[in-house]
Design a protein around this ligand. Structure first.
Ligand code: DHB
Length: 347
């Protein structure tokens, strides 16, 4: 597999760079552009500061924060798979106290728009975390991770059940800073993602983040044991992109007014454009960061080029554009070979 950047789009022709309005709005919050990091791929963002100015991105999504510091699962907890990556980190992190004392002030000092991801084992944990974020002006959005695959008990994956997902979202909405939208992060490992999405929105989610990793596993044929110490893990990377695009498409079709932060295997500007066309208003770049820490800024530059090449001057115009009805046949170009000879009666 390759986590390295795919060949980018060709550079635009020399001359003045055409203006493209890249601004996007998520549940009333404005962002200068639609490219964010994805949760879990760069802690709280400091480690990316040596590669680019983190304020250049639309937003920085933190690794999910818990109430207490946590060491996570035993190693090995990452494995490469074809066009993907499995991880079983187990929500390692410093806890909300250290995040508020150290990480959030750093993000604020850099002018980054922080999207704070929170996770917990109980509804009350999420509510307490959301409450601790009150009075923190650097918090642009809250992302509620109700879909972490690396928990001992599948019953604790709130996003696999509409009622459980709604309970977390309602509690977070109640406790969260007023005016800060709550985005629920959904799992693709469900039969009907639209039902979960609808339940979250009815419970007060201002938007949806889609998708979290898929539950996967790998077995080592030399040791004859599971590769990951935690046995199962979350699958991410290009391997899951078609699943993610399908989820974004289905939810945007059912709930077109609900903003979506789309993610799942984005490596290039064209990958980002695919999510926007399917209905996302912004995108997160995740696994690509492990091979190329500057991937999010490169994706942003490539997205701009892709819009220019298509004569599009406003990013907002492409959101959900793939849902428009197909053009009548006389506008779609030449007929396919043999079409004129077709016998409509089938005789
Ligand atoms: C972890 C959390 C996630 O939400 C995910 O998709 C994968 C891994 C974790 O910390 O284990």
């Amino acid at each position: 597999m390759t986590l390295l950047p795919a060949a980018g789009t060709p550079p635009a022709a020399a001359g003045p760079i055409p203006e493209v309005d890249l601004a996007t709005t998520l549940a009333g919050v404005e962002f200068p552009n639609p490219v964010f990091t994805a949760s879990g791929c760069a802690a709280a963002g400091q480690e990316l500061g040596q590669f680019f100015d983190v304020a250049e991105l639309g937003g920085l999504v933190t690794k999910s924060i818990l109430l207490e510091p946590r060491a996570g699962r035993p190693t090995p907890r990452m494995a490469e798979t074809p066009s993907g990556m499995l991880n079983s980190i187990g929500l390692q992190g410093p806890g909300i106290g250290a995040f508020l004392d150290r990480d959030l002030p750093w993000l604020a000092s850099r002018g980054a728009r922080a999207v704070v991801s929170i996770a917990g084992a109980r509804v009350e944990d999420y509510a307490e975390l959301a409450g601790r974020l009150r009075g923190q002006p650097a918090v642009a959005l809250l992302e509620v991770n109700i879909s972490c695959p690396n928990v001992e008990d599948r019953g604790a994956v709130f996003a696999c059940d509409p009622t459980a997902a709604a309970a977390v979202v309602a509690a977070v909405r109640c406790a969260a800073p007023p005016g800060v939208p709550v985005f629920a992060k959904l799992s693709p490992d469900v039969t009907d993602i639209v039902a979960v999405a609808r339940a979250c929105v009815e419970a007060g989610a201002g938007g949806l983040s889609m998708i979290n990793t898929l539950l996967g596993m790998a077995v080592d044929t030399t040791t004859l044991r599971p590769v990951l110490a935690g046995v199962t893990g979350g699958l991410s990377g290009p391997a899951i992109r078609p699943v993610a695009v399908r989820c974004v498409w289905q939810v945007h079709a059912a709930l077109p007014e609900v903003p979506i932060l789309g993610m799942g295997g984005i490596r290039t500007g064209l990958d980002a454009l695919e999510f926007l066309l399917a209905g996302a208003s912004a995108v997160s770049v995740g696994t690509a960061i492990f091979g190329d820490p500057s991937a999010p800024v490169r994706v942003l530059a490539e997205l701009r080029t892709a819009l220019v090449e298509r004569g599009i001057s406003r990013l907002a115009d492409v959101v959900g554009l793939a849902h428009r009805p197909p053009a009548p046949p006389h506008l779609t170009g030449p007929e396919p070979p043999g079409a004129a000879d077709a016998d409509p009666e089938g005789t």
